[in-house]
Design a protein. Structure first.
Length: 117
């Protein structure tokens, strides 16, 4: 199983980025896909997740600004990030878990998002 995250970069506050996570080796429609982030000196935190229904959940800190979506035909999950803030600066990771577990089984390598003020 492989998860490949991409789309990170440097953007000014108020700007937008779209992250992508392409998967291979898993039955995409049977997994819940999530995005997490880890800022320097901080613990990794949940950002959003999406099931195949789709059922969607967001962290309070990104509600109204970020949108998670998935494309089953491409086995890819996206994170559209708008109105970015400096506090969104982090390495963003995608992950996959089966619906019967709270533990994410598979993780991508991370993509850096830097928001300048």
């Amino acid at each position: 199983v492989q998860l490949q995250a991409s789309g990170g970069g440097l953007v000014q506050a108020g700007g937008s980025l779209r992250l992508s996570c392409t998967t291979s080796g898993l039955i995409f429609n049977t997994y819940i896909m999530g995005w997490f982030r880890q800022a320097p000196g901080k613990e990794r935190e949940f950002v959003a997740d999406i099931s195949w229904s789709p059922s969607i959940a967001y962290a309070d800190s990104v509600k109204g600004r970020f949108t998670i979506s998935r494309d089953s035909a491409k086995s890819t999950v996206y994170l559209q990030m708008n109105s970015l803030k400096p506090e969104d600066t982090a390495v963003y990771y995608c992950a996959a878990r089966n619906p019967y577990s709270q533990k994410y089984d598979y993780w991508g390598q991370g993509t850096q998002v830097t928001v300048s003020s």
